[in-house]
Design a binder for this molecule. Structure first.
Ligand SMILES: C[S@@+](CC[C@H](N)C(=O)[O-])C[C@H]1O[C@@H](n2cnc3c(N)ncnc32)[C@H](O)[C@@H]1O
Length: 255
């Protein structure tokens, strides 16, 4: 999977869903003025922007392992401390933040429980750790039609339904395994309007994430078949994609 892509490609492929999702995750995490917050796996900064709006840039830090995304997040959100780091090894002292959030990241962590434990370590005992991941297992994330078409044409296609946190209840299980207390679950949902099929499809060819890597890696004829099957599965344009995400939050307690 690739996240060493330009921020513009990310915006067109996933940012169109993750920007509207950010305010919902911030609400779910009860982010409010006066807190210091960390955005883990910030990408080009969809959630970072929402945190800045609520808390001010001085109160926000962000990390991501992707160099182009770190550069974009820094440029888009001056005053935020953005560093290159993975969730599994956060470059902060214990209990630095009131809240640590990861939007659409847990399923990409090499070790999700270790990543969540690190988020817990850097959060105050009564602070909040929260995350959300698309419902890929239920096929109700933003890529449902794409992966359905891909599997129909190639039963061996490796979709994202087996990844951590993508099935109901699993994110909360991971939170408990990481030692978080008072774990609560939620469901977040965004509606995104697509003016044309081409506007929906073209970003899949940019190589972003597992779906983009899959589409971009197909030879032209296979890619055209996949595109045509997606067109059949989707409603006539303009159409709305409703994308659902599983969410979980908990408090640190003493690790
Ligand atoms: C789907 S993007 C989400 C980006 C952003 N949070 C958003 O909502 O738009 C997934 C992000 O997770 C990052 N990532 C992958 N593995 C990670 C890890 N182990 N720790 C932290 N971030 C990771 C990727 O570089 C990418 O920016």
């Amino acid at each position: 999977m690739s996240f060493t892509v330009g921020a513009d490609a990310y915006d067109r492929f996933m940012g169109r869903y993750s920007v509207p999702l950010a305010s919902q995750l911030a609400d779910f995490a009860t982010i409010a003025v006066g807190q210091r917050a960390l955005d883990v796996g910030c990408g080009p900064g969809a959630l970072t922007g929402e945190l800045v709006r609520r808390l001010g840039a001085d109160a926000v830090s962000a990390v991501d392992p992707s160099e182009p995304f770190v550069a974009a997040a820094q440029q888009r959100h001056p005053g935020v401390r953005v560093q290159r780091a993975a969730a599994e090894q956060l470059p902060f002292e214990d209990r630095t933040f009131d809240a640590a959030l990861a939007q659409l990241v847990v399923h990409f962590m090499a070790e999700p429980v270790r990543g969540l434990r690190e988020m817990t370590r850097v959060t105050r005992e009564d602070g909040v750790v929260a995350a959300c991941v698309w419902d890929h297992a239920g096929g109700r994330g933003p890529l449902g039609a794409f992966w359905q078409a891909a599997r129909e044409l190639d039963p061996d296609a490796e979709d994202e339904s087996e990844l951590a946190g993508t099935r109901e209840g699993h994110l909360a299980e991971l939170f408990r395994a990481a030692g978080l207390h008072g774990v609560e679950e939620g469901v977040l949902s965004v509606d995104v309007q697509h003016p044309s099929f081409e506007e929906w499809w073209q970003p899949f060819t940019l190589g972003v994430g597992p779906a983009g890597s899959y589409a971009a890696g197909l030879e032209a004829g296979r890619q055209a078949q996949l595109r045509d099957r997606c067109r059949e599965l989707l409603p006539a344009a303009p159409f709305v994609v409703t994308a659902r995400a599983w969410a979980a939050r908990g408090t640190g307690g003493f690790l």
